[in-house]
Design a protein around this ligand. Structure first.
Ligand code: CA2
Length: 143
């Protein structure tokens, strides 16, 4: 199974600020954690991070016919991007949404997700573990 993990804007800054919300580990640690989680279930995995909405749309379109499952943390685009939600709908690849923090317990503008309606499942507030759960859900149908 071929997985694509997409991380949106500013996630490459993990560990630099706001450790009380996002933890102290950096983006390289997150990538290593994701690759280990994929290897544990025998999946191949590409990780892509971008700060640009259109680049994320392009990456989702490129996945069409090549990728079996998408894990996406759209970061701030979660709450603003119809374009990313439309791209995910258009490729119809099983997708799981992840957020490190519990967006329901934060500012009200973070409570709405354009991606949630097209995602099979959303994990939030679990830190790095949310990515592992998303991978295991896609590959092994675990909850
Ligand atoms: O909880 C999440 O994973 C988020 O998707 C993270 C986004 C935020 O806009 C979403 O509402 C929830 C922010 C990503 C990274 O933000 C940083 C801020 C300061 C330092 C490092 C990263």
């Amino acid at each position: 199974m071929k997985l694509l993990v997409i991380n949106g804007p500013n996630l490459n800054m993990l560990g630099i600020r706001e450790p009380e919300i996002y933890g102290t580990r950096n983006y390289a640690a997150l990538c290593a954690y994701i690759m280990d989680a994929a290897a544990e279930v025998g999946a191949s995995c590409e990780i892509y991070q971008s700060n640009h909405e259109g680049a994320i749309v392009d990456k989702i379109q490129e996945a069409y016919g090549n990728i079996d499952g998408i894990v996406i943390n759209p970061a701030a685009y979660t709450h603003t991007s119809v374009a990313i939600a439309d791209a995910l709908s258009s490729v119809a690849i099983p997708t799981v949404e992840v957020h490190l923090s519990d967006v329901m317990q934060r500012e009200s503008f973070r409570r709405h997700s354009f991606v949630a309606p097209i995602a099979k499942k959303t994990y939030m507030g679990l830190g790095f573990e949310g990515y592992k759960k998303a991978i295991r859900h896609l590959v092994k149908n675990e909850e």
